[in-house]
Write a protein that binds this ligand. Structure first.
Ligand SMILES: Cc1ncc(COP(=O)(O)O)c(C=O)c1O
Length: 386
């Protein structure tokens, strides 16, 4: 009966395909999970200690809405040192994770019916964020044969007079793809010609293997058209701290800040103090985690290939995205049956959009022993299908 009180937007919102799967996992004992997309490390102690210290010192009040100036300076310096981009701290907003920053970017820039081009498969929250802001999602499939990079020509085919923005999430969750500078330059050309903006979700930018991440805002002419989103969750194993940031041109940042002021006030003070230590002092800790992810990445990709799958070699983030079409099962059937029969949780590719059909996402931010055992079980499962 309370259904009648729901807004159309809430009613139309699809539940996350990932959550549905976690509910199944929660009810099965002895599961090895390659499902959840978060680091298995605890936050480096130095980071935790600075939060504890700030609480002991009584730093328990709100910070300024945009975030602690020291943190915003540190973010701007970090981006300058790694990508050569100049941002004033007035162009930087500290958010409650990239999740909030994405929501702010969409709400600050979209009018009802504005279209946003999103490569697919991609992070589950992208369509929801755009729809909740009144925008319309225009998916553009990406392909294993093309290293899951989105191309300028595929984008251009979907452009209409209503197109406002492109949401680029690279390194990509779930494919592990990154974009080459050449492809980004071609996209930048489309962005300029059609007068668009870009939301660049670069939360995995520190997690690359052998290939260097290209920051979209560093492509000539793109800084003034890009809302650059970054965070602490993945690089510093800080998912529970809920800190991220947005760097954007003046007017867009001011609009995002207004929404943030009214809805959030500020990110948690202790978490911001922790983030200052992370960004200033914990680059080496992050590098060590990345080295470890790299070992796991090579191990899981090799193992999945030995199971008979074609598996794109991920160049960033911490996901492998094997092609499971040789089993004759759909992504959902594969994930459900693997869980039922061998107690291994993976996420069906379709949770990341229709073009994820034929794939499953395996997160390798999991201990090596578990990955080893999961691969043995996957092999048994695949053999049982023959
Ligand atoms: C691509 C991508 N963007 C954003 C997020 C959300 O990150 P945060 O913890 O900073 O809100 C995630 C989390 O999985 C992600 O994979």
């Amino acid at each position: 009966m309370d259904e009648e009180f729901l807004s159309e937007r809430a009613k139309n919102l699809k539940p996350s395909g990932i959550r549905k799967f976690f509910d199944l996992v929660a009810n099965t004992k002895g599961v090895i999970s390659l499902g959840i997309g978060e680091p298995d490390y605890v936050t480096p102690w130095k980071i935790c200690a600075s939060a504890v210290k700030s609480i002991q010192q009584g730093m328990t009040m709100y910070t300024s809405n945009a975030g602690l100036p020291e943190l915003r300076h540190a973010i701007c310096n970090d981006i300058k040192s790694r990508f050569g981009l100049d941002y004033e701290i007035s162009n930087c907003l500290v958010s409650v994770g990239v999740s909030e920053a994405l929501d702010l970017a969409a709400r600050a820039t979209l009018n009802p019916g504005d279209e946003v081009i999103i490569p697919e498969p991609s992070y589950v929250a992208y369509p929801a964020v755009v729809e909740l802001a009144g925008g319309k999602v225009v998916p553009v499939p990406t392909y294993e044969s093309n290293n899951f990079e989105i191309t300028a020509s595929d984008i251009e085919k979907k452009i209409t007079p209503k197109t406002k923005a492109i949401l680029l999430g690279y390194p990509c969750n779930p494919t592990g793809a990154i974009m080459t500078r050449e492809r980004m330059m071609e996209i930048a050309d489309v962005v300029k010609r059609h007068n668009l903006i870009v939301y660049a979700d670069e939360i995995y930018e520190r997690l690359t293997y052998g290939a260097t991440h290209v920051c979209f805002a560093s492509i000539p002419g793109m800084q003034e058209r890009t809302v650059l989103l970054g965070g602490f969750s993945k690089a510093y194993a800080m998912t529970g701290w809920r800190v991220g940031y947005a760097l954007a041109p003046d007017k867009i940042l001011a609009a995002m800040l207004k929404i943030h002021q009214h809805t959030i006030m500020c990110a948690s003070t202790a978490s911001q103090m922790a983030a200052i230590t992370a960004i200033k002092e914990c680059g080496p800790d992050s590098d060590r985690m990345v080295e470890d992810y790299n070992k796991r990445r090579l191990f899981i990709v090799g193992g999945l290939r030995r199971c008979g799958f074609s598996c794109f070699e991920p160049k960033g983030a911490f996901y492998a995205f094997p092609n499971i079409t040789s089993t004759g099962l759909t992504s959902e059937q594969f994930a459900e049956q693997l869980l039922e029969q061998q107690k291994v949780a993976v996420i069906p590719g379709t949770a990341f959009g229709e073009s994820g059909e034929g794939y499953v996402r395996c997160c390798y931010a999991t201990g090596m022993d578990d990955i080893h055992e999961a691969l043995n079980r996957i092999k048994k499962f695949v053999d049982s299908l023959k």
